[in-house]
Design a protein around this ligand. Sequence first.
Ligand SMILES: [Fe+2]
Length: 135
Amino acid sequence: MDLIKWRGSYETGIRSMDTQHQKLIELINKLYKVLREQEPSSSIEGVLLEMTTYADEHLQIEEGLLTTNGYPDLANHIAIHQTYRDRLTALTEESARKSATAAQDTYAFLRQWWMEHIVTEDKKYGEFLKSKGVE
Ligand SMILES: [Fe+2]
């Protein structure tokens, strides 16, 4: 694995969402760096918390935008976010209980989930929101 490079093809076309998605990718990359450099677990936990807190805020803002504009696939989109929240909660509990590998597992999950979500599910709402006048 390596750092993720942001590409134009990841964009939804909605400026605020794209800015936040890019910031999420930056935070995932930051987590990758602290893990690779084997920094003390306190700084790994700090970056993990920074990333997951920002991600949580982003999901709320995104859900608000989709709700306000009457996105037809809203319930499904929120359900997908909820599976993410549940999985992250489980991983966080696991890492509180033990292991040095838990942070790596959490990183792998965050990286895979966010990349997939941004380029599949989130891309679907771009055209819809634009048709509602959201930029
Ligand atoms: Fe989303």
